[in-house]
Design a binder for this molecule. Structure first.
Ligand code: MG
Length: 203
């Protein structure tokens, strides 16, 4: 499986990192080795002093497709989840300044936390999904899919122009504002539509 991530999909997060609003979705990939094993803590890697959490809505692909039109995009996913795109922000900023690819900062081992997936029918309107992240029981990120610049079906149409989507692939749809640093012994809790979806310890 592969992980396709969307960057800069929420206006307030673009502002907080002082990025420009892109004309098209920003896309990057994480390999399957980036997936954090279930029930394992996230270990801060030695190459970074500033790893950020980014809570994101996830979409799991259930059908092979390429050049998918927006209209038919819902046929390609049945389940929605919640996860964290862990980002070595210090390294990402260095790479960005040099115009280099982001993989070392975004695609390292354990950088993709994938929480529980839920049948999309059980979630109601996917254009109005609330989700949040708590750090040590304090709210740090609070998002809603209605604030996405590119909605789930638009993302699928766009990315499938470049990459064949395969069964089991996961799309990270971008993070809302409130990203911040993780520290040893933090506990991060992800909440989707009012229900706890995952909890992760930082080591
Ligand atoms: Mg992200």
């Amino acid at each position: 499986m592969k992980i396709i991530c969307i960057g800069r999909n929420y206006a307030k997060h673009i502002e907080e990192l002082q990025n420009e609003k892109p004309e098209n979705p920003v896309i990057f990939l994480k390999p399957d080795s980036a997936v954090l094993s279930k029930n394992m803590p996230f270990v801060i890697p030695s190459f970074s002093n500033n790893v950020h959490y980014e809570v994101e809505i996830l979409v799991k692909i259930c059908k092979v497709g390429k050049h998918i039109s927006q209209k038919f995009a819902p046929n390609y996913y049945n389940e929605i989840g919640l996860g964290i795109d862990f980002t070595a922000r210090d390294l990402q900023n260095q790479l960005r300044e040099k115009g280099l690819p982001w993989e070392k900062a975004k695609a390292f081992d354990g950088s993709a936390l994938i929480g529980n997936f839920i049948q999309k029918e059980k979630l109601g309107d996917l254009g109005n999904l609330s989700f949040s992240l708590q750090k040590n029981k304090e709210l740090v990120q609070d998002g809603n899919t209605k604030a996405m610049l590119w909605k789930i079906d638009e993302i699928i149409a766009y990315v499938s122009q470049f990459f064949t989507l395969k069964i089991g692939d996961v799309i990270f749809t971008g993070t809302p504002a409130g990203v911040g640093k993780v520290n040893e012994n933090d506990i991060l809790t992800g909440i989707l539509n009012g229900k706890e979806n995952f909890q992760i310890n930082i080591r």
